[in-house]
Design a protein. Structure first.
Length: 321
């Protein structure tokens, strides 16, 4: 038996959504140590799996790897469609587990598009393979325009920059009880609408933020500067998405973010991907205060939910035999 475990990821935003620029998308994100997806696999004749989504991934993996089959078990899952990358991490964990069970090379980046992954953001794939802070290079605009190519007819964006995240950094996560974030056809339609009318001036501002604030902050290990910078990237992304999600942040995320910002234990706060997951950047010495601030933020926003604190993950998915 082979077991593969990997944490989620935070998606702070895209560098560009305007068709006026040469590169489209280009994600900023970080790999988390938890919550996790854990998948195990044994060689088999045919495909067996009680988890419907994982079974689809397993069937595709068996086909891509040209192996007889696999018995796949999902032991842990990430919360679905909350902004932590559940779809990509599960698909890739299944691929790697099936490949390892048959002593095959998974070739994750190469095969991810065939699993429908890496179509816009490369952060999920890079976080799975290597962990850490990731900035991807995006896609050529002339290939993607407002619609991404048909399933599998793309390459995962190259990693433009990657850094280990300092050991004492922490990310407090507030997961409000709210409707899941956009996914599937709804996400495609929303992204198409956003890209068709995105203001290129916002991309220019984000480019300056990434080059002059985000990258220096993670390279220097400055959590205060990093938190403020990625939160600013998120707010600018929210200006692109406002018409689609009902504001710079989707409700009730805006209220939770506003409350988190008031805490001295939080360096910067924002929405991960389509939400409703809210992150706050903090450090190990301020974890208790950060956790309390997240609980208070949910209460002040009038919503229930879960709060957890995660370390960054500076390595790829773990494979155990």
């Amino acid at each position: 038996m082979v077991r593969v475990s990997v944490g989620g990821r935070l998606h702070f935003g895209f560098q560009n959504l305007s068709l006026a620029h040469e590169r489209l998308y280009g994600s900023v994100g970080v790999a988390l140590d938890e919550p996790r997806v854990v998948v195990s696999a044994d060689p088999a004749e045919g495909v067996g799996c009680d988890h419907a989504t994982a079974r689809e991934h397993a069937a595709r993996a068996v086909d891509l790897l040209d192996v007889p089959g696999a018995s796949v078990t999902v032991e842990q899952t990430l919360p679905r469609h909350v902004g932590l990358g559940s779809g990509t991490q599960l698909a890739l964990a299944v691929l790697v587990a099936v490949a390892a069970a048959h002593d095959r090379e998974p070739r994750v980046s190469e095969r991810a598009p065939k699993l429908g992954r890496g179509g816009r953001s490369g952060v999920g794939v890079a976080a799975f393979e290597r962990g850490g802070f990731v900035l991807d290079a995006g896609h050529p605009t002339e290939r993607f325009t407002a619609d991404r190519p048909p399933r599998g007819e793309w390459t995962v964006p190259a990693v433009a920059a990657r850094h280990d995240v300092p050991d004492d950094w922490r990310f407090v996560l507030a997961l409000p009880d709210a409707e899941p974030g956009r996914n599937g056809d709804d996400e495609d339609a929303s992204m198409r609408s956003v890209v068709e009318r995105a203001d290129p001036a916002i991309a220019d501002e984000i480019a300056g933020l990434v080059a002059r604030r985000v990258l220096p902050a993670v390279a220097d290990g400055d959590s205060e500067a990093f938190g403020a910078a990625v939160a600013a990237v998120g707010r600018l992304n929210g200006a692109w998405y406002a018409d689609e999600q009902g504001g710079v942040y989707r409700p009730p995320v805006g209220d939770v973010v506003a409350q988190l910002r008031e805490s001295a234990a939080i360096a910067g706060a924002g929405q991960s991907s389509w939400g409703p997951a809210v992150y706050g950047v903090t450090t190990a010495s301020r974890v208790d205060d950060a956790r309390a601030a997240a609980r208070d933020a949910l209460a002040e926003a009038g919503v229930g939910g879960d709060v957890l604190v995660a370390e960054a993950r500076n390595r790829g998915a773990r494979i155990e035999r």
